[in-house]
Structures are given as structure tokens and as C-alpha cells.
Design a protein around this ligand. Structure first.
Ligand code: KG4
Ligand code: ZN
Length: 339
């Protein structure tokens, strides 16, 4: 069979990314231009700036992906692009660019769901992994516990009722003076803290054991800091970070393992930016080992936003015959499993 080369574009948040992926799982290039430096000045992603930076960089990023893969547009089989969920202005830059390429070079266009991309990152780093499995998707915008029934076929078992896991990391990091982006900083500083110094709540959602809620935990951290502040006492940054992180990790592990045993799955994977958290990876690895469940995780670079994961997801969509038209639009609230 002829090789299928997908040129994938991702611009849903603050990384402008392009990649060439061969036959779904072989990454020929993976170019990521991060805007973190600019957004750090404002303490978080500023949507308008994100769109503008994507516009400035996308041409160069896509060219670089082709050069690094040592291919030209003529070699490309199809063009894939993230069309949701994400920041509407940011998504539009990628979608418009991809549509332009598809039109100019007469190549099929495939719109990809961002979360489907995150889940698919597991296929790139674990060549033997095949559905079905349970996947915990934890990123800056999403916390989902998903049953991956087949390629491109998902059932959402649980989701967050309020903040996403990454959002909670970012907010707590800000209040304890660690700055943006919070996740990696909490991960690091926690190594010097005691995860049991403060017992923060582990929230349960009454009517769905797989749903998450992190806003109570965030408030508990704020209350803890305010109380000390009123008494004129100092807090220990590393202890707060480690204890907060432990509370998040405990909830993510317990929900995940309940799903694995209830549905009798023997494979479990993680995805999304928060999945690069070293403590979470360690805890899930151990929990899976204890239950004889095979544990899969992408490398940290494949956990955070990139275009290779979009190219991988697009490959399986391509095989199923899914194509997008020139009317493809950015869908900021696109739900998983919808087309
Ligand atoms: O998947 P991602 O790159 O973008 C979204 O689709 O949202 O995830 C970004 C999120 C941010 O909230 C960031 O703080 C978090 O992932 N994150 C981490 C770590 N690295 C990134 N959270 C905890 N520990 C980390 N090591
Ligand atoms: Zn993401």
C-alpha cells in the first residue's frame, strides 16, 4: 500500500504547530512554536494576542515541518487541522490556512477534534497500542474520562463540572506566586514539599462517580492561605503545592481505577498537558501495576499541544473516509464524538 502522508496543523491555544505524519504513527517532523513567553507577561493566554501570533508564524511553521520531513506539498496525501474545541480566533487561523492549502494543492481536508488528537498521541509513542482502552484526558481546558471503543469512537464516562485540572494547577500556581504556566512549576516545586502537610478536600460528585470538580479544592487552597495571612503567618510554598497536587492526583487516580475495574478494561492511557505531570504519571503507573492493567502514556512533549497528535488522529479518520469541505469552520465548544 502507498504511504499516507498527512500534513497536520494545530493552533487551538497558544502553540502554533505543524507536523508531517507517515501512516498514522511515524512522525517525520513536529514543529512547535510556543507563545508562552508573551502570555507569561499577562499571567495567562490572551486570546487576541494568540490569534495574532498564529497569523505571524503559521506560514513559517508549516514550511519548516515540510522541510524537516524532507517532503514537498506534492508528496502530501491530506491536510489535517484542529477545528475545535479551543479559542475561536486561534482556531480560525489554522482552519483558514489549512483550507487555503487544501484548495491550492487540491488535497483532501480533514478537520480534527483537539481532544481526539490528545488521545491519539498515545498511538505515536506506543506503537503496539490499539483500542479499546480507558483514557484520562487532562489538559488546560478539559478533564475527561473516556472509553476509547475504537479509533475515533468515544464514550465520555466523566467530565469536569467546573475547572479543568490544568486550570486548577494554573490558578493555584498564581496564588502561591509561581506564575504561568502553573502546571510544570507546581510539579517541580512539589519535589521539595510534603504532600501530606495539608489535607485539602478530595471532591466527589454525587450523581456521577466519574465526574470531576476542582473548584472546591481551589477555594480550599485560597482559604488556607487567607487564614494564615490574617494570622500574619507565612505559608510554605512547596508544602501547599505538593498537598494541592496530591489532592488532584488522588482524585484522578481513584476515578480512573474505578472506571478500569468497572468496565473490565486491561489497558489504560493518559493524555493532555497535565498528563506530563511526573507525580500523576508515577501514581497511575503504580495503580495500574497493582491491578495488572497495562499503562500507556505519551512522552511529555506529546502530552502538551502539538500537531503530530492531530496528524495521527486524522490518519484514522482518513481511513474511514471522513473528509471536510471548504465550509469547515472553527467550533470553539466542539464536543468529543461530534463531527
Ligand atoms: O494540553 P495542553 O498543552 O493545552 C490544552 O489543550 O489545554 O495543556 C496545558 C495545561 C496547562 O494548564 C498546564 O499548566 C498543564 O497543562 N501542565 C501541567 C504540567 N505540564 C503542563 N500540569 C501539571 N503538571 C505538569 N507537569
Ligand atoms: Zn491541548
Amino acid at each position: 500500500m502507498e504511504d499516507i502522508l498527512i500534513l497536520a496543523i494545530e493552533s487551538s491555544c497558544d502553540e502554533t504547530a505543524a507536523s508531517v505524519v507517515k501512516n498514522g504513527r511515524e512522525v517525520l517532523s513536529n514543529v512547535i512554536s510556543s507563545q508562552i513567553d508573551i502570555h507569561t507577561l499577562y499571567g495567562g493566554v490572551v486570546p487576541e494576542i494568540a490569534s495574532r501570533k498564529h497569523t505571524e508564524r503559521i506560514n513559517q511553521v508549516v514550511n519548516e515541518a515540510l522541510i524537516q520531513a524532507n517532503v514537498t506539498m506534492e508528496d502530501i496525501t491530506a491536510i489535517a487541522v484542529t477545528y475545535g474545541p479551543g479559542l475561536v480566533g486561534a482556531l480560525l487561523v489554522g482552519v483558514s490556512f489549512a483550507k487555503g492549502l487544501s484548495w491550492a494543492y487540491d488535497k483532501p481536508l480533514i478537520g480534527v477534534h483537539h481532544i481526539e488528537g490528545h488521545i491519539s498521541a498515545n498511538f505515536i509513542d506506543n506503537k503496539e497500542l490499539k483500542p479499546p482502552f480507558i483514557c484520562l484526558v487532562v489538559s488546560g481546558g478539559h478533564s475527561h474520562l473516556v472509553k476509547v471503543k475504537d479509533y475515533g469512537e468515544y464514550e465520555i464516562l466523566g467530565r469536569t463540572r467546573d475547572d479543568a485540572a490544568g486550570e486548577a494547577f494554573d490558578k493555584v500556581a498564581r496564588v502561591i506566586g509561581l506564575g504561568y504556566p502553573g502546571g510544570p512549576k507546581i510539579d517541580k516545586v512539589s519535589n521539595e514539599g510534603n504532600p501530606h502537610a495539608i489535607e485539602f478536600p478530595r471532591a466527589k460528585v454525587a450523581d456521577n462517580e466519574y465526574d470531576f470538580s476542582f473548584s472546591g479544592l481551589k477555594s480550599a487552597v485560597l482559604n488556607y492561605l487567607n487564614n494564615l495571612n490574617m494570622k500574619g503567618e507565612e505559608y510554605n510554598q512547596a508544602d501547599v503545592a505538593a498537598s494541592f497536587q496530591q489532592a488532584v492526583v488522588d482524585v484522578l487516580v481513584s476515578h480512573s481505577m474505578t472506571a478500569v475495574s468497572e468496565y473490565g478494561f486491561d489497558k489504560f492511557a493518559i493524555a493532555g498537558g497535565v498528563a506530563s505531570n511526573s507525580h500523576l504519571r508515577e501514581a497511575l503507573k503504580k495503580a495500574c501495576e497493582e491491578r495488572g492493567v497495562e499503562f500507556y502514556m505519551p512522552t511529555p512533549i506529546m502530552c502538551t499541544d502539538n500537531a503530530a497528535m492531530i496528524g495521527c488522529a486524522a490518519y484514522y479518520e482518513y481511513l474511514k473516509g471522513h473528509r471536510s469541505g471548504m465550509d469547515l469552520n472553527a467550533v470553539p465548544n466542539l464536543r468529543l464524538g461530534e463531527r
